[in-house]
Design a protein around this ligand. Structure first.
Ligand code: TRP
Length: 449
């Protein structure tokens, strides 16, 4: 079977780039700034960082270690480990939730990925020059409600993702991330420096780091936790399948801290690239998806060299989205590949096409299908609700419970090979803090309001 020759990263560096590539995405550059804005800036940022390091990082260690021990797709990894530990096969549901959840997420992630691609072209062709606020808003609305155009970009984005994933772990994923991630980093640093020099940097720093606690409430805290999970790519199989390609010599604890640190750094740098421009131009920060797609083009349209900066910015966003989308396709591809009914190429085509079709519904949901609601939500809203608010917290909680209470402590110690005192801290977090914190948040999401 294909699983006997399970692939591996060629180096620790390649793995770190891939995992950081998965984590750093639209979540950091598109979502984080507007969530921070909605949550009152600094207060949100501090709570967010606390969640990333206290809950997200221990879970990252947990998910990576399950993957590495299982050396298979998330479904089979969970099955195998449950069996080895003499536990019920029901634990494989955690793997199923990951494979299905990541498939649902890629279907709509790719829509936004398509938007970013279309904005690269818009910026290159000077389409943003001199654009007014009304025109920028109208442009965005016209784009997302159009029945055809966003689907074409969605298809292009999905094709790029498929093109990388079908080449396999070393030849596809690894090659792409080791080129794209350093490029992304250079672009981002360049943009932060540019914003710092030309924009209102101190207003941005103030906004991002001076907490206004009056805006903090349970709702905002929930958003911060959800955002930390999403940003770290937790609990939907991406991290588990990347862990399955790890060799035993990589220290998972250290790797997780590096990944979480890099992911947070990019989120904050994205804020430092975006807000100085927003404040400099006296733009009111747009709500929701508007910040990046409606507000920034106005600034790019006014500044000297705006076409270049705009192109670089949307290029950066696209690169970040691609290195994440490949990790969203991989869990289901690895599962199909493992069943031995399909080779990797066919499996990737199949999943990519299915995700494209499912995603098209979300795209049409902005326009011709805007009357269609599922439990009172738009199509994309519904998909994001079940993945973000149900599957992610539940799978995360059960992963922590599984490791904390149903696997022998010795086996985990062997797997992680952590220094004793760090292991104790981590074990305490996984056993008690993570499940309880997630339970509280989950209860509030589902029954609280
Ligand atoms: N973390 C990515 C982002 O911030 C998105 C992502 C990739 C993801 N894989 C995931 C989110 C798995 C949840 C689960 O854009």
């Amino acid at each position: 079977m294909a699983g006997t020759t399970h692939a591996h990263w060629s180096s620790r560096w390649a793995f770190i780039m891939a995992a950081v590539g998965s984590a750093v995405g639209l979540g950091n550059i598109w979502k984080f700034p507007y969530e921070a804005n909605a949550g009152g800036g600094g207060a949100f940022v501090l709570v967010y960082l606390a969640f990333v390091f206290l809950i997200g990082t221990p879970l990252l260690v947990a998910e990576l270690s399950l993957g590495r021990r299982g050396q298979s797709s998330p479904i089979r990894s969970m099955e195998k480990i449950a069996k080895e530990e003499g536990r019920t096969n029901w634990w494989s549901l955690v793997g199923w939730s990951g494979v299905i959840g990541s498939f649902i997420v890629i279907s709509f992630y790719s829509i936004v990925g398509g938007w970013t691609l279309s904005y690269v072209v818009e910026a290159v062709t000077g389409g943003m020059t001199g654009i007014t606020k009304d025109a920028a808003e109208a442009h965005f609305n016209d784009m997302v409600t159009d029945p055809i155009n966003p689907l074409i970009w969605h298809a292009v984005f999905m094709a790029i993702t498929v093109g990388i994933v079908l080449r396999g772990v070393e030849g596809g994923l690894e090659k792409a991330v080791t080129v794209l991630m350093p490029a992304l980093f250079v672009l981002l640093v360049g943009l932060v420096v540019y914003s710092g020099v030309t924009g209102d940097f101190s207003a941005a720093v103030n906004f991002l780091f001076a907490p206004d606690w009056s805006k903090m409430n349970a709702d905002v805290a929930l958003n911060a936790l959800g955002q930390s999970f999403f940003s770290l790519s937790l609990a939907l199989g991406s991290i588990m399948v990347y862990g399955s390609y790890l060799t035993k010599d990589v220290k998972i604890g250290k790797a997780a801290v590096t990944i979480a640190g890099a992911d947070s750094a990019v989120a904050i740098m994205a804020g430092l690239a975006i807000f100085p421009i927003v404040f400099q131009f006296g733009l009111t920060v747009g709500k929701e998806e508007g910040l990046v797609f409606m507000t920034l083009p106005i600034a790019f349209g006014q500044m000297t060299g705006g076409a270049v900066i705009g192109t670089l910015f949307f290029g950066l966003l696209t690169v970040a989205a691609i290195t994440s989308s490949i990790s969203l396709l991989e869990p289901s591809v690895s599962y199909l590949e493992e069943t031995d009914k399909l080779d990797r190429k066919k499996a990737t085509f199949l999943i990519g096409t299915a995700a494209f079709l499912l995603g098209s519904l979300s795209s049409l949901g902005f326009g011709v299908l805007s009357d269609v609601t599922i439990f009172g939500k738009s199509i994309i809203g519904f998909k994001s609700y079940i993945t973000n608010n149900l599957m992610m917290p539940l799978a995360g909680m059960f992963m922590a419970i599984f490791i904390g209470w149903f696997i022998s402590r010795k086996n985990i110690m062997d797997e992680l090979a952590m220094e004793d005192r760090w292991f104790r801290v981590w074990y305490f977090m996984i056993k008690f803090v993570c499940p309880i914190a997630i339970l509280i948040v989950f209860y509030n999401i589902v029954f609280g309001f």
